[in-house]
Design a protein around this ligand. Structure first.
Ligand SMILES: [Zn+2]
Length: 504
């Protein structure tokens, strides 16, 4: 049928309406919502050509009833409303359609650009972000629990974010005493419970998360469709069916939700997280972001979180291969293995990442590391420990692991003119060490600062352009590709202004 051609006659359009009607009937009985909506939108367009305004509107409304943010139906309705002289409503429909298209493109490409917003000093409306980017999946982790996997190779891209959906609170840690924090926590819990009661989809999403009490064989791997952006579909019916599929009742399981919150809440002041756009105010928020909750810990992580407003954006902090598990650090990993062991036990698990295995399972190395730690704790020679670490191995990854574990020792050495005069010749430049630590832990603000400081001093890190590239690479690993190069410069300035030490 020559529908798309200029020569399509009214007869052709009538025939097209008839074909659409047959598809709509089949899709309605087969519960194929996607086909139903797009065919309704096509039939609406055909009816528009035939001048049948009443049926045109009915088709748009039917498509939008099944999928409230269907771009085709929204555009068609916008054209209809415009023809009827209802310009404001028409604009609203077109804007919503445009927003949906943008989010869908963002979800496909993973390309997010917050440059304008950063350059405006984080003022104005926060740019829209798709809630779920489709190139990831939840799966069983090799350690028995569930994990989060990348389906395609990623360098610094972002995976997606799950808005807190209003279930997020801000705490100002320095000003807040424990009573205030308790009040904020209670308020947050109330909001989550209220959201779960009001919205079956919210409840179903919360029920996908661990309570910390499951046996390994009890973990259910959720269907990724449940995490889709709400604007892409009829969230309420999705949520209800998902809740039913998981055997949950309409009534909210308060106990279960409390356990889930206990295990899965994320805070903005965690070492793996940055907060952008808080205009220098030291804030600490707590929230539940469903998809990031599936991400396991590693001391050799490949991802980080950036918090912007109510969004938690998880992004690659180093090159990730297709199929590799996505991990971010739950606690500070720029510390020796014994401290990391303590921290992981406090979280209720034993870290078995490749870095921990390397540093803890070789008994000779473990003893040497412990000795160095004890030396440092009792005021031993920082320079001697760094020289020992540098001479310990030639393998670059092993070196990167050890440098990351003794990062504060290296920093203390570089900070001291006296120690550098004594040992400086036997240790590599601060920028080189920072670059190598970034290989071990991905992007990190303190590593980025060291890189900037080292590159300003211009010692042994290549020419100016190479250095700038390296700084941008670590900057991307820390802040993701959220901002273009020119805005990245502003971000660096903000990072550095916070310490009032350096200007670039
Ligand atoms: Zn580890």
């Amino acid at each position: 049928m020559a529908i798309k051609g200029v020569a399509a006659s009214r007869e052709d359009w009538r025939e097209y309406v008839a074909v659409c009607s047959r598809i709509i009937d089949a899709a309605s009985s087969g519960h194929d919502r996607r086909v139903l909506c797009s065919t309704l939108a096509h039939r609406a367009d055909a009816r528009a050509r035939l001048g049948d305004a009443a049926c045109w509107l009915a088709d748009c409304d039917a498509a939008l009833a099944a999928e409230p943010a269907h771009p085709g139906a929204l555009l068609s309705k916008g054209a209809l409303l415009s023809g009827l002289g209802r310009y404001a409503a028409a604009d609203e429909a077109r804007e919503l359609a445009e927003q949906c298209r943008r989010l869908e493109a963002q979800a496909r490409s993973g390309a997010v650009d917050l440059s304008e917003w950063v350059l405006a000093g984080f003022a104005g409306k926060f740019p829209d972000l798709a809630e779920y980017v489709g190139s990831v999946e939840v799966l069983r982790s090799p350690h028995g629990c569930r994990g989060f996997r990348c389906e395609e190779r990623r360098v610094g891209g972002y995976f997606g974010n799950r808005q807190g959906g209003g279930d997020r609170e801000r705490v100002i840690p320095d000003a807040a005493d424990s009573d205030e924090k308790m009040f904020v926590w209670k308020d947050f819990v109330d909001k989550v419970l209220e959201a779960a009661e009001k919205c079956p989809k919210s409840a179903a999403l919360i029920y996908t998360l661990s309570t910390g009490e499951e046996r390994q064989d009890e973990f259910v791997v959720p269907d990724m469709a449940i995490f889709k952006n709400e604007t892409e579909g009829d969230s309420l019916s999705d949520g209800t069916s998902a809740a039913r599929a998981m055997g949950t009742q309409e009534a909210v399981h308060v106990d279960r939700i409390l356990k889930v919150l206990d295990v899965n809440c994320l805070t903005e002041d965690a070492p793996a997280a940055d907060v952008l756009g808080n205009n220098g105010v030291v804030n600490c928020g707590v929230g539940l972001w469903v998809l990031p909750s599936f991400i396991n810990h590693s001391c050799h992580p490949n991802a980080r979180r950036t918090h912007i407003g109510d969004h938690a954006i998880v992004h690659a902090s180093r090159d990730i291969k297709a199929g590799e598990e996505i991990t971010f650090p739950y606690f500070d990993v720029l510390v020796p293995v014994s401290k990391r062991r303590e921290a992981s036990r406090a979280w209720g698990f034993e870290c078995k990442c490749d870095r921990c295995r390397f540093e803890a399972e070789d008994s000779i190395l473990r003893q040497e590391i412990l000795k160095s730690e004890n030396d440092l704790a009792s005021g031993g020679d920082i320079g001697a420990v760094v020289v020992w670490l540098e001479e310990k191995t030639r393998k670059s990854m092993v070196k990167a692991f050890l440098r990351a574990s003794f990062w504060s020792t290296y920093s203390a050495l570089y900070d001291s003119d006296k120690l550098m005069r004594k040992r400086g010749r036997r240790v590599p430049s601060e920028a080189l060490v920072a670059e190598s630590v970034a290989d071990a832990v991905g992007g990190n603000e303190s590593v980025l600062k060291a890189m900037l400081r080292g590159s300003r001093d211009g010692n042994g890190c290549g020419n100016r352009l190479e250095v700038e590239d390296k700084v941008v690479t670590i900057g991307r690993a820390t802040y993701c590709k959220l901002v273009k190069r020119h805005a990245m410069r502003d971000l660096f300035r903000l990072t550095l202004d916070a310490t009032n030490k350096i200007n670039i």
